[in-house]
Design a protein around this ligand. Structure first.
Ligand code: B12
Length: 211
């Protein structure tokens, strides 16, 4: 597992990383634990980028590597339940192209038995509202990795209110610059720190607990 984390952090060759992931799977290591290592590796890439050791090219390469592994692990995260436990619409906010964390959240929610509709990245407030109207989800989830993207989460919640949809859907938000305080400030129902949190919150809501 440590080798996988280091492979991402050092931007190893894709084949090398693939071999390590295959080996971990053959040893019956939980794919969710593998995703956790990927996430830790990316954190290190982020730190190296901040300190000037890495540049945009390394961010892109690390992002591609992580996306490949997430895709590789997806079939191993197949839903254990046949009946949907609830519908969730999710997307990364406007102007933001980061989707690795969102995709991990989706993988875990799907694996926990939720039906997830993925709106992708760079999703405008209008698209979120249209999807809520069209899909009538139980939960709207938004992801944001850029500080400049934060106001878009507020915008979506304001638009939900304007359209009379706010009390029809629970709103959960997450991503690196998001905090519980910010979630409270903009009137979201919950903040989730990671994919495990996302599942716990969603499960609590479908069980009928309010917060
Ligand atoms: C990979 C990466 C990229 C890749 C993204 C590839 C992709 N397909 O996603 C690329 C190269 C495209 C990229 C581009 C840029 N990036 Co970038 N990127 C990263 C990096 C290294 C990793 C992000 C990541 O995937 N982390 C791993 C995942 C698993 O973690 P996560 O996203 O946080 O998700 C977890 C939780 O947050 C949570 N979560 C996430 N969403 C949600 C949603 C809900 C509802 C819930 C409950 C939970 C939840 O659960 C997830 C799983 O545990 C980060 C550094 C970092 N450490 O985060 C910088 C970082 C986010 N990027 C940064 C920057 C500056 C940029 C660029 C502006 C660079 C540039 N000059 O062009 C561009 C912006 C492009 C754009 N318009 O979006 C900065 C942001 C700074 C800021 N405060 O705004 C960071 C922090 C790097 C840094 N330290 O400076 N980037």
């Amino acid at each position: 597992m440590e080798e996988i984390r280091v492979a991402i952090a050092n931007i190893a060759h894709a084949d090398e990383l693939e071999q390590k992931v295959k080996k971990a799977l053959s040893l019956n290591i939980d794919p969710l634990k593998i995703l956790e290592c990927i996430s830790k590796g990316l954190d290190e890439v982020g730190r190296k980028y901040e300190s000037g050791e890495y540049f945009l090219m390394e961010l892109i390469l690390a992002g591609n590597l992580a996306s490949e592994v997430t895709n590789m692990l997806r079939p191993h995260l197949k839903a254990k339940r046949k009946i949907s436990r609830g519908k969730i619409v999710i997307g990364t906010v406007e102007g933001d192209l980061h989707d690795i964390g969102k995709n991990i959240v989706i993988a875990m929610l799907s694996s926990a038995g939720f039906e997830v509709i993925d709106l992708g990245v760079d999703v405008s407030a209008e698209k979120f509202i249209d999807a809520v109207r069209r899909e009538k989800p139980d939960i709207l989830a938004m992801s944001c990795l850029l500080t400049v993207g934060l106001p878009h989460m507020r915008e979506v919640i304001e638009k939900l209110k304007e359209e009379g949809l706010r009390d029809k859907v629970k709103v959960m938000i997450g991503g690196r610059p998001v905090t519980p305080e910010y979630a409270r400030e903009i009137g979201a129902d919950a903040y989730g720190a990671d994919a495990v949190d996302a599942v716990n919150i969603a499960e609590r809501w479908v069980r009928g607990a309010d917060k």
